[in-house]
Design a protein around this ligand. Structure first.
Ligand code: ATP
Length: 628
């Protein structure tokens, strides 16, 4: 029943109602679905197989259904029966009053426990009322296509042919429906002929993997093109004036040097700046901008600590000019100290991953940049997947008039991402987290091996399996090397990434996890993966792996890999350590299930870990609720 409830409610998006699930709601949901299908003629969605809860693998010889191991990465997932004890029927206030005879103390006992009791103690995130979320949902419902936006035709064309090329039926995501018109509307005001410019302050907050980059990039590029057109007009007028003056004084003055030799006015003075926390994100966002520039025709420069001083100087001070600069705050703040004019022309400043860039480690550099850019700024755009309470307080104090654009599902982990829990203290791990992690990865690999693709070339037939890319998150950077080494010793292809890894290697390491191209390996014998010799107990303690898991690639990382990286190819995320807060849960689990894809998170819970927090996050995800 649980899977039916999940399914039906996913279809008609009654996320809030899932907690009060009842047969009547189910019926109404089915009706809504039938109606929606008839009206929109959408194809029927996938329905779960009745075998979904059965473990994968060979059938048992006696044909008895096999019991699923409960303490395993997939224990408790894909159930076909609802566990009603977990979601009790909530009695109404009137019912409680009737059954307790109006006694206050008895009423308190009868009332079900408030959800998120453990998370309430941490309370890391700023609350967004559900009424506000619902009203936004209705508002954005009307926008269906990028053509509905007042963007320049060339910008619209670049979305389909460059940024989202290869996709059919392109439509804007909720954050794009919300942010693009709002940012465009504001730009019109900033072009007022009276010359009075007020800096617009906007916060865009939307769930991970929901397309925030395009949500701010398209309106910013649209504005850059408008400003460029105005600048060109002014330049032509100025040139004409200079020419006529020169003609008037031609008898008395030496001829001025030809203007074509002068550097472009935007050389070292970009019109728009995007700040991101890491060099990987500079490359990621910069690549999207570069793709768009092929159609929209603007000049972009990417600078970060991954490049040499010479490359940075050449890009920033290119004689052809810079329209858009993508960089990290520390680097830009240090350049601005030696060249304060670097921000003299910037009209649009975007602070992506604002929750990180305005926290303690980045705030001094980011604030210094905002201060320097403010005199020329038309729009200050902050963008984030979470609004921590610290950011909320900072914005209330520093930018009390900031407009907040928040999507209906902010702070909720998408319901298409399932969370499995492995108890490290139980058998067969007995407190050995490394072993639990290795076993989990082997289970994923073995499960993936069920999906073998056969290739026939001429008379030769080969079998290949798709490589699963798995992210393992730890809390401390020292742990990354240790865990990666252990996994390698167990025959799992693993690599560590932390702040001590040389910058140049970051991109290369992440490349395999951000590419959407499927990778596959040839297998010689099925036993290579699913053979009967595998046992986590037997591989423990062996210095050299006797067996190798060829169809997985694992990246062990810290928070460094959890912010903004578009790991579209990742289906599985393992939380080796229980994250410190819901903010980290959202960002780490946000590396899977991106842009409508399905994903799985597996959290390893051991001694001293907050099991109550994990349970509440899991319940919240099951209900599609926003975490707190
Ligand atoms: N309208 C769209 N339709 C389909 N795919 C899209 C659309 N907009 C963006 N995408 C794709 O979605 C993926 C995620 O986008 P993006 O990195 O901007 O997400 P995000 O919200 O910034 O995530 P995070 O919070 O993790 O930084 C990208 O691969 C992007 O190409």
């Amino acid at each position: 029943m649980r899977s039916t409830a999940r399914h039906v409610c996913l279809l008609c998006e009654y996320r809030a109602s899932i907690s009060s699930f009842s047969p009547r709601l189910l019926q109404s949901c089915q009706q809504t679905r039938a109606l929606a299908q008839a009206q929109r003629r959408i194809p029927s969605r996938m329905s779960l197989s009745p075998k979904v809860s059965r473990p994968v693998g060979r059938a048992r010889p006696d044909d008895r259904p096999e019991r699923r191991r409960t303490n395993s990465p997939f224990g408790g997932l894909n159930q076909t029966r609802a566990d009603f004890r977990r979601s009790p029927h909530r009695p109404s206030d009137a019912q409680i009053k009737r059954t307790t005879g109006g006694r206050e103390s008895a009423q308190k006992e009868k009332r079900p426990r408030e959800p998120f009791k453990a998370l309430r103690m941490q309370r890391a995130l700023s609350a967004i009322p559900y009424e506000r979320r619902n009203s936004i949902k209705q508002k954005i419902h009307e926008v269906e296509s990028f053509d509905d936006f007042n963007l320049l035709p060339i910008v619209k064309e670049a979305v389909a042919t460059q940024a989202l090329s290869g996709l059919v039926d392109i439509s804007p995501t909720p954050v794009q429906r919300l942010a693009i018109p709002a940012l465009l509307g504001n730009q019109k005001r900033s072009h007022d002929p009276d010359g009075r410019r007020e800096m617009e302050q906007i916060l865009i907050a939307a769930e991970t993997g929901s397309g925030k980059t395009l949500a701010y990039l398209l309106p910013v590029l649209d504005a850059v093109k408008h400003i460029e057109a105005i600048d060109v007009e002014e330049e032509v007028r100025r040139k004409a004036e200079e020419d006529s003056k020169r003609r008037d004084n031609s008898g008395f003055e030496l001829e001025a040097p030809p203007l074509s030799n002068a550097p472009h006015p935007t050389t070292g003075r970009p019109r728009a700046i995007i700040l991101v926390p890491t060099s990987e994100l500079v490359t990621q966002v910069g690549n999207v901008a570069k793709m768009l520039s092929h159609k929209i025709k603007f000049r972009s420069a990417l600078i970060s600590a991954a490049y040499t001083g010479k490359v940075i100087r050449n890009r920033l001070f290119a004689p052809t000019g810079v329209d858009l600069l993508v960089c990290t705050p520390h680097l830009l703040a240090s350049i601005a100290e030696s060249d304060p004019n670097i921000m003299s022309r910037v009209s649009h400043l975007v602070i992506d991953e604002a929750d990180s860039l305005l926290d303690r480690s980045f705030a001094p550099s980011t604030s210094a940049i905002i201060d320097k850019a403010t005199p020329s700024l038309r729009q200050l755009i902050l963008c984030s997947a979470t609004i921590p309470r610290s950011l909320d307080n900072y914005l209330r104090n520093r930018f009390p008039d900031m407009r907040r654009l928040v999507t209906p599902n902010l702070h909720a982990i998408p319901r298409r991402v399932q969370l499995g829990v492995v108890d490290v203290d139980k058998e067969p791990y007995r407190g050995n987290k490394n072993l639990a992690c290795a076993d989990t990865i082997w289970s994923i690999g073995k499960q993936a091996a069920e999906h073998v693709i056969s290739h026939t070339r001429g008379s030769e037939q080969t079998e290949r399996i798709v490589i699963k890319r798995i992210l393992v998150f730890v809390n401390e950077r020292e742990k990354t090397e240790e865990v990666a080494e252990f996994l390698n010793s167990k025959g799992i292809d693993s690599i560590a990434l932390n702040r001590d890894t040389p910058e140049q290697r970051h991109q290369e390491t992440l490349g395999a996890f951000t590419s959407s191209e499927p990778e596959s390996v040839k297998i010689t014998t099925p036993d290579e993966i699913t053979g009967p010799n595998y046992s986590p107990n037997r591989i423990a303690g062996r210095p050299v792996p006797k067996r190798h898991l060829p169809n997985t690639k694992v990246l062990v990382t810290t928070d460094l890999g959890s912010r903004g990286i578009d790991t579209v190819a990742v289906r599985h995320v393992i939380l080796y350590d229980v994250p410190h807060s819901t903010i980290d849960f959202i960002h780490r689990l946000g590396r899977t299930g991106r842009m409508g894809r399905r994903g799985r998170g597996i959290v390893l819970v051991g001694k001293g870990d907050r099991r109550d927090v994990v349970k509440e996050v899991k319940d919240g995800m099951f209900r599609g609720q926003a975490l707190i």
